[in-house]
Design a protein around this ligand. Structure first.
Ligand code: CP
Ligand code: NVA
Length: 304
């Protein structure tokens, strides 16, 4: 495995399996791992707000016997108070790892280039790899199978979808995507994921008809329409995404045992309704919990 975890593109299928295997062990018997990162310190360099990612990394490190320090937007001021490379070089002298949440993906790359310690991408505008790993782990845990799985992603072609694209392609999961025009995922990522999916004999496809997109899907996945940093586009997006809400009407034709996923935070009443996210098909909080178990496996592999 590489020193850093920036994108699922860098992981092999076997490495993903290894992470999931360890995550299951950590989830099953956390006490066995309570000492494994004793003396290790992780820095959270966050430019954006966070609930799940921050808390799961902080409590994850605590449960593994290590220490975590949160460096929020007003502490470090990445690139504003001092150059990103100076931050990376300084933190490398104190810490054993950095988990960074940034606006620009380039900031993550700059941290990686200038750090001597592992850097984990805790969300950038381009990718959210920790999320996608936990998502696929959750899906396999719930469905209890690894083959013949279909995810329908409805909504914005954003960071969460980009990482899901890589993770589905590598893990052999079919992915059908429905977005409004102009909100498709990045063309290069889509191309790369499609090629890898073909090698693994699964399909990744953009589907204009939402009903067709969710037809036969085991998982129906959505995310906010205006991600962090896109708040000023909210009004325009609310109009552009009309018809892309996950609501009971849309789900009438879904397969009977479909599951609902959302990385959270959700904008209830926009991309998803209360009935759906609070309903019996929703697994969004199991998904949130698994962020910690999967990240703990990652931390054990990268920081040990
Ligand atoms: N899903 C996720 O990353 O949530 P937070 O933004 O709350 O960390
Ligand atoms: N796409 C969302 C994900 C939040 C976890 C965002 O970037 O804001």
């Amino acid at each position: 495995m590489k020193k850093d975890f920036i994108t699922i593109k860098d992981l092999s299928r076997d490495e993903i399996k290894k992470i999931f295997k360890l995550a299951s062990k950590v989830k099953e018997a956390p006490k066995k791992f309570s000492d494994k990162l004793r003396g290790k310190a992780l820095g959270l360099v966050f430019q954006k707000p966070s609930n799940r990612t921050r808390v799961s990394f902080e409590i994850g490190m605590y449960r593994l016997g290590g220490y975590c320090i949160y460096l929020g937007p007003d502490d470090i001021k990445l690139g504003a108070r001092e150059a990103t490379k100076d931050i990376a070089k300084t933190l490398s002298r104190y810490l054993d790892g950095i988990a960074a949440r940034t606006y620009s993906h380039q900031d993550i790359i700059d941290l990686v280039r200038n750090s001597t310690i592992p850097v984990i991408n805790a969300l950038s505008d381009l990718l959210h790899p920790c999320q996608a790993l936990a998502d696929i782990f959750t899906i396999k845990e719930k469905l209890k199978r690894s083959k013949n799985i279909k995810i329908a992603f409805i909504g914005d072609g954003n960071n969460v979808l980009h990482s899901l694209l890589y993770c589905c392609a590598k893990s052999g999961i079919n992915l059908s995507i429905s977005t409004p025009k102009g909100y498709e995922p990045d063309g290069d990522i889509l191309y790369e994921a499609k090629k890898e999916a073909e090698n693994n004999r699964v399909s990744i496809a953009i589907e204009e008809d939402i009903k067709k997109c969710i037809q036969g899907a085991d998982i129906i996945y959505t995310d906010v329409w205006a991600s962090m940093g896109k708040e000023s586009e909210k009004e325009k997006r609310l109009k552009d995404f009309e018809g892309f809400q996950i609501n009971p009407k849309l789900l009438e034709d879904a397969k009977p045992d479909y599951l609902i996923m959302h990385c959270l935070p959700a904008h209830r009443g926009e991309e998803i309704t209360d009935e759906v996210i609070d309903g019996p098909h929703s697994i969004v909080f199991d998904q949130a919990e698994n962020r910690m178990h999967v990240q703990n496996a990652l931390l054990l592999m990268l920081l040990k």
